[in-house]
Design a binder for this molecule. Structure first.
Ligand code: ZN
Ligand code: ZN
Length: 205
């Protein structure tokens, strides 16, 4: 059976769960089990048994087939980004290419979210100067080696980038990124002298 975090990821992907992926079976998780069971004709008892498990995996696999990603029955980073990216393609991106966002350890992980890249594209356009991605996607292993990084970093889910803009002070880059947080397109931005040099971090929900 799927573990609790995997169940939460799948139920969140399907819109039944809005809480944290914490592996804890609290009220929100139980309520998600119940709503899923109701919608798929299962016994509504809030207990995650083999039938609920089989149905949840089946539903996610079908979604993955539609999205053209590996159908493993777990809605992880690649699956969620594939859905987010549906309305955007690299043809909508003027200044960046996928390889610029690949994990720096060489593992090949490059599932960057195009909504984020679109924001970076606009920032690049705004300043009219080259933008360097100092860190984009990070596998969990590479992320753990970064000074001051969080194990929940959005870099791991392809939803964060650290950037430098040529000839532009980072305070101005940060101010521009904050506009995206204010208008809701980005979740969070910050910069940190100790660990990030002159780069600015920006991530999306
Ligand atoms: Zn890596
Ligand atoms: Zn960052």
């Amino acid at each position: 059976m799927l573990n609790v975090k995997q169940r939460q990821m799948n139920l969140r992907f399907l819109g039944y769960y809005g809480g944290a992926i914490d592996g804890i079976v609290g009220n929100g998780t139980i309520s998600a089990y119940e709503q899923f069971q109701r919608d798929y004709g299962l016994t509504v008892d809030g207990i995650y048994g083999p039938k609920t498990d089989a149905k949840l995996i089946e539903v996610i696999k079908a979604e993955q087939v539609k999205l053209g990603v590996n159908a493993d029955g777990i809605a992880g980073t690649i699956t969620t980004n594939a859905r987010d990216n549906q309305n955007l393609s690299w043809n909508d991106i003027k200044y960046f290419k996928k390889s610029e966002f690949a994990c720096k350890c060489g593992c090949g992980f490059d599932s960057i979210n195009l909504k984020l890249v679109k924001i970076l594209d606009e920032i690049r356009e705004y300043f009219g100067q080259p933008v360097t991605v100092t860190s984009g996607c990070r596998c969990a292993n590479h992320n753990s080696k970064q000074k001051g990084s969080s194990p929940n970093s959005r870099h791991i889910s392809g939803k964060a980038s650290d950037i430098k803009v040529k000839n532009v002070d980072k305070s101005r880059v940060l101010a521009k990124c904050k506009e995206y947080v204010s208008n809701g397109r980005a979740r969070y931005t910050y910069t940190n002298n100790t660990n990030m040099g002159n780069a600015v971090h920006i991530d999306i929900q």
